[in-house]
Ligand binder design. Sequence first.
Ligand code: 5CA
Length: 433
Amino acid sequence: MRLSKHFIPTMKENPSEAQIVSHRLMLRAGMIRQSSAGIYIWLPTGLRVLNKIADIVREEQNRAGAIELLMPTIQPAELWQESRRYDAYGKEMLRITDRHDRDMLFGPTNEEMVTDLFKNNVKSYKDLPLNLYHIQWKFRDEVRPRFGIMRGREFLMKDNYSFDLDFEAAKESYNKMYVAYLRTFARLGLVAIPVRADAGAIGGDLSHEFQILAETGESTLHYDKAIEDFDLSSLTGDIDDETVAKLQGLYAMEEEKHDVDNCPVDAADLKTAKGIEVGHIFYFGTKYSASMGARVAGPDGKEVDVEMGSYGIGVSRLVGALIEANHDDNGIMWPESVAPYKVGLINLRFKDENCTNACDTLYEKMEIAGIEVLYDDRDAGAGAKFANMDLIGVPWQVVVGPKGLEKGVLELKNRRTGERVELSEEELLAKLG
Ligand code: 5CA
């Protein structure tokens, strides 16, 4: 894409409303704009990153056997009255009345809707296990929306729901998701510590939060440093049951639940750090199936309440968390897997015909080769172009200037390491293709 024809409204100055680096950089790099408190417009590059994260999440869900569907954002109040969460959810729920005076709401999560769907369509244990997911916008009227999309009111979540006949099978579904989450975060290049958690408003017995370590995190974690031996950011291969059991057996708690005096880990082996919650999984048994009447016939013909779990990933929050983990003073440093573009092509001399021709040709070749390239073809100075490309954070920058062209080389800069190499056009295309 040519920058001159794109819509990437970058800003030189730091916006005063942004308190944390990811919020600042998302605004400055032209990824988002606020529409109202906690509600954002996703601009083109922000949307590209959001979609790439969603694709990785989707691939790992599919791999784990979950099936994608799409439930609506707007839900009828009756479902929530059935589960008795309609009043309990309080002011965080955005309640809507339609023209027929029916009570509706903008979904903060989908346990009720999916339980109702299950109840009306699945009758036998033979159809289990079943695990359904969607990637859909949620609304929670947070008291204090803050840190940009990190704690928004409208946000994108991947949420799924598992249905099993008994506890053993439900635990297996839970662990499958636990593994899918480890793999998902590893593919995003993130260290996400699984922390034992309270089930909170979702309810239930067994729950883990996945926390990205970052100084700006809202929670404080205490964890056994042995967790780091698992090298969580590269745990992408098959993760066997033994690894899962070992990892789940290690101590990791949020501040509120951490008891210093009775902690099973020696102080010397305990680490304390701030975390951002990017995922949360719950096993809650028959909490919703019992209240909403979701039953299946078991092998003996007797009806039982189905065992359920729910699993959430903050897809839009991950955009912020990724920036918290990948930036420097000049801007964002996207991991290749989620970068809005792989390559930034910089024409140093717009007015030099040779340079512009060379750039135009290279741009076309990259497009044909399927390399995602952002071409800064604007009539602007070199300094401004470098600063802008650093800010946007594409992993590779290709710099085309008159001196290099005379020598028959192009400069390739690695955004993360700053390393620069000179390559022929052929070498460059081979490397980036
Ligand atoms: N029903 C369950 C699992 S599907 C559920 O709603 N879990 S949750 O409340 O923990 O949310 C799942 C994930 O969504 C969180 O881990 C977090 O990453 C993200 N999330 C929650 N609230 C917000 C928010 N206000 N802004 C951005 N992301 C959020």
